[in-house]
Design a protein around this ligand. Structure first.
Ligand code: HEC
Ligand SMILES: [Cu+2]
Length: 438
């Protein structure tokens, strides 16, 4: 019965619609509703997939703030609740009086409205009462803001640099001084593309998390190398914009050992959603151990960009740098995709090395500049890798000091910049290079 009625109604609507809008338009509407239906079905299927709480991140269906682990985050939580209570009380008060007046003094009961103008008493009351409420709200809020800005007496100072699209961490003062980390998303692309099931830390995991000791005051200096980013860790109550050319600061003192997750909160381009923040809070002893181990392997501290690197070393390192930074656009197989050119067989990659170094350092069009995001060793390694990967067989290595030279605008050691015909020799063959170094 209902079905039949619905059918009639639809026929009627179709008829009217067609008369008014024409046949083509109705077809388009039907097609659109089909698409909407199938999107709905896909979403429903997706939500059937079990998702768990992200350890150190938000819980499933979490509505309130993340559990605070710093004094500032607790202050924020308290302020949030205080404001909510004040707003709720005002809401109940105002609407209570209003509803009561509307119902109790309604015209049908024979009430005659009062008809007065300018009551000084009322005007004073409705100025003074909100003023007191605002002061009541502003006092604790000001206290919290002042506490957030007090970055003095830090145990450890870390500079956080936002890059499109990763975070750089430089330990500039305190234990671990000199350590430099580049923190890149470690969720495999296959999960993003839906070829693999998503884990609970989907898009909230990185290769090198920031590591800090528990119960120590950590001062964070934020800056950016390209566009504005923002460093945000909800459990710490810390959110600080990172501007290119400007240094801002903030701090936190985590009171509980654990992993905490946040993200970039300033729309910074295409991969904005792919630069999470992960902070590992560890005990003093574990921190000392970590510093020790990291100092031994950390690029900036121990490795000397002036020394000669072996081809195998550069190749192995270059592959890692490539996968972490370049494969997004140029693809892991070097074949490129859409507007991103293939590097396999590319004229630039198989041409003079100096041109490739310049391009990677400075970027071009959609190709980002890497001069600040990667150090000279990484750039030399990734270029060496590209020149000898897939179908490219130049047999050449590019040494970190070549990159240093190009950065400084100097010619390469073996280069003869005055004679373009000799440009090909900019990249010394592997064998020759090894000999000159010996
Ligand atoms: C955001 C996408 C993107 C990323 C990430 C990226 N590139 Fe590129 N790359 C491009 C685009 C686009 C071009 C073409 C530039 C042009 O010619 O206008 C290009 C060109 C190149 C070329 C020249 C290829 C040719 O034949 O013209 C090289 C070499 C290169 N990129 C190396 C790298 C390296 C090394 C990395 C990683 C450190 C990297 N790219 C990361 C987008 C990207
Ligand atoms: Cu960002």
């Amino acid at each position: 019965m209902v079905g039949a009625m619905r059918l009639i109604a639809r026929r009627l609507a179709d008829g009217i619609g067609m008369a008014i809008l024409g046949k083509e338009f109705m077809k388009a509407i039907k097609r659109a509703s089909c698409v909407a239906l199938s999107i709905g079905a896909t979403l429903a299927a997706g939500s059937a997939h079990a998702v768990g709480d992200a350890p150190g991140g938000p819980r499933v269906n979490q509505l309130n703030f993340q559990d605070p682990v710093t004094a500032v985050a607790r202050d924020l939580w308290g302020l949030h609740n205080l404001m909510l209570i004040i707003c709720t009380l005002i809401f109940i008060g105002v609407f209570g009086v209003m509803l009561y007046s509307i119902i109790a003094h309604r015209k049908s009961k024979g009430y005659k409205p009062a008809n007065f103008h300018e009551s000084t008493t009322v005007e004073i009351v409705w100025t003074v009462v909100p003023f007191l409420i605002v002061v009541m709200m502003a006092l604790p809020a000001t206290k919290a803001v002042i506490a957030m800005k007090d970055t003095t007496n830090a145990d450890l100072t870390i500079k956080v640099t936002g890059y499109q699209w990763k975070w750089g961490y430089d330990y500039v003062k305190g234990p671990g001084e000199g350590i430099r980390l580049i923190s890149t998303l470690s969720t495999p692309r296959a999960q993003v593309d839906g070829r693999e099931p998503k884990t609970d830390t989907y898009l909230q995991e990185v290769d090198h998390p920031l590591v800090v000791p528990v119960n120590r005051k950590i001062r964070i200096l934020t800056t950016a190398a390209d566009v504005i980013h923002s460093w945000y860790v909800p459990a710490f109550g810390v959110k600080q914009d990172a501007f290119p050319g400007v240094v801002r600061d903030t701090w936190f003192k985590a009171e509980k050992i654990g992993v905490y997750r946040g993200f970039c909160t300033e729309l910074c381009g295409k991969e904005h959603a792919f630069m999470p923040v992960v902070v590992n809070v560890v005990s003093d002893a574990d921190y000392a151990k970590w510093v020790d181990a990291t100092m031994k392997t950390n690029v900036a501290v121990v490795e000397d960009p002036k020394r000669d690197f072996s081809a195998a070393e550069l190749q192995a390192r270059g592959e890692k740098v490539y996968i972490a930074n370049c494969a997004v656009c140029h693809q892991a197989n070097g074949k490129g995709v859409g507007p991103f050119p293939a590097l396999d067989g590319s004229k630039v990659v198989n041409g003079p090395a100096v041109d490739q170094i310049k391009l990677v350092l400075h970027g071009k069009g959609q190709m980002p500049s890497w001069q600040r995001a990667l150090n000279d060793i990484d750039i030399a390694a990734v270029i060496t890798y590209q020149r000898n990967a897939w179908g490219n067989h130049t047999g050449e290595t590019v040494q970190p000091r070549d990159v240093t030279a190009v950065r400084a605008g100097q010619p390469l050691q073996a280069a003869a910049p005055a004679r373009p015909a000799q440009q090909q020799t900019n990249a010394t063959p592997l064998a020759a290079r090894t000999k000159t170094a010996a």
